[in-house]
Design a protein around this ligand. Structure first.
Ligand code: FES
Length: 335
């Protein structure tokens, strides 16, 4: 089952397996390659296959176009080596960042808290204390299947991990988590994955979250409250209606601990709200445009459904922020 994966141009060699994607084998060996979704949707892990053969599994036509395939491009997160392979990819390194190794965790469900009609907060106790960067996610292994779904850690407290999970009609993971899972059940995780994590704050920060896209931002804000309470900036959390503002109390508490942080809520299905309780009518992008004439000098973290992320990033560009100042996490819906 074992294969040799060589990463060019540096010539790094990693022990891989036919049953693991190239990305997974590398991340388990401490070789950090560019990635975001790990589900063949975003295209971040695109690389060139220089030698050998791979089995490309679930690949979205948007993430890897036909002509790119013909040119020998693959997605590392969906590329399973059929034998020894050589790929050309950029190994990522970031100053001051110690990437945690990807590994498996055996956990059990210790709490489930339904906070809105379609969001449940699930807390798992792991068999050890995991190391993650605030904002990263784990893959949950669906029982009886080879499939995984990704959920960001909203809170890590020793061996306890809390996730925010939204119900997706018809979704296999939703059916399991909302209808079948019970306290004490075992859940297998692997990770952590993702490059949407908090960097040491050097400038004022903007956190822009839609729905459960708030989860990784919650992890970042908790870290800020603990380690960088003098940070300045703002959080805009958006949802459809007031009853979906499930993080309102938590954000108000955080704003007391990080006094330079202003919190706004955006509610898209109700008009005429004027900011009472910091709740405004409109989308996250609308409230951003209304409250910030410019975003110059900020670093922004944007997380939520892809369309929301796109509209917020367009508004940030218009407010003079550059790509390098923006970190994004797209919450793709996988059924
Ligand atoms: Fe591979 Fe998103 S397509 S990480």
């Amino acid at each position: 089952d074992e294969v040799k994966i060589t990463i060019d141009p540096v010539g790094k060699v990693v022990k891989g397996s036919r049953s693991q994607s190239i990305l997974e084998s590398c991340m388990r060996s401490g070789v950090w390659l560019p990635h975001a979704c790990t589900h063949g949707t975003c295209g971040t892990c695109k690389a060139t296959l220089v030698d050998g053969e791979v089995d490309l599994r679930d690949v979205s036509g948007f993430a890897l176009m036909d002509f790119e395939r013909e040119e020998g491009k693959i997605l590392l997160c969906q590329g399973f080596p059929k034998g020894d392979v050589v790929v050309e990819a950029e190994i990522e390194e970031e100053e001051g960042v110690d990437y945690p190794l990807v590994s498996d965790l055996v956990t059990s469900v210790v709490a489930m808290d339904k906070v809105t009609r379609d969001v449940v907060l699930v807390t798992l106790r792991a068999d050890r204390e995991p190391v993650i960067l605030p904002g990263q996610y784990f893959q949950w292994h669906l029982p009886g299947s080879a499939e995984t779904r990704s959920f960001s850690v909203a809170k890590l407290d020793g061996d306890l991990l809390t996730f925010h999970i939204r119900y997706l009609p018809g979704g296999a993971a939703s059916k399991w988590i909302f209808e079948e899972i019970a306290l004490g059940d075992e859940v297998l995780l692997s990770g952590p994955y993702g490059r949407f994590f908090l960097r040491e704050p050097a400038r004022p920060l903007l956190f822009l979250a839609g729905g459960t896209g708030y989860a990784p931002i919650a992890a970042m804000l908790n870290e800020i409250a603990k380690r960088y309470p003098d940070t300045e900036g703002a959080v805009i959390f958006g949802a459809k209606d007031r009853s979906s503002l499930y993080c309102k109390d938590e954000l108000s508490e955080l704003a007391k601990r990080v006094t330079g942080l202003k919190v706004y809520f955006a509610v898209s299905d109700e008009s005429g709200l004027k900011g009472e309780d910091d709740v405004y009518s409109g989308t996250v992008a609308d409230v951003l445009k209304e409250r910030f004439a410019t975003a110059t000098g900020h670093t922004a973290y944007v997380s939520g459904p892809p369309l929301m992320v796109e509209s917020v990033i367009a508004a940030l560009y218009a407010r003079r922020l550059f790509k390098r100042d923006i970190f994004r996490e797209d919450f793709f819906s996988l059924e």
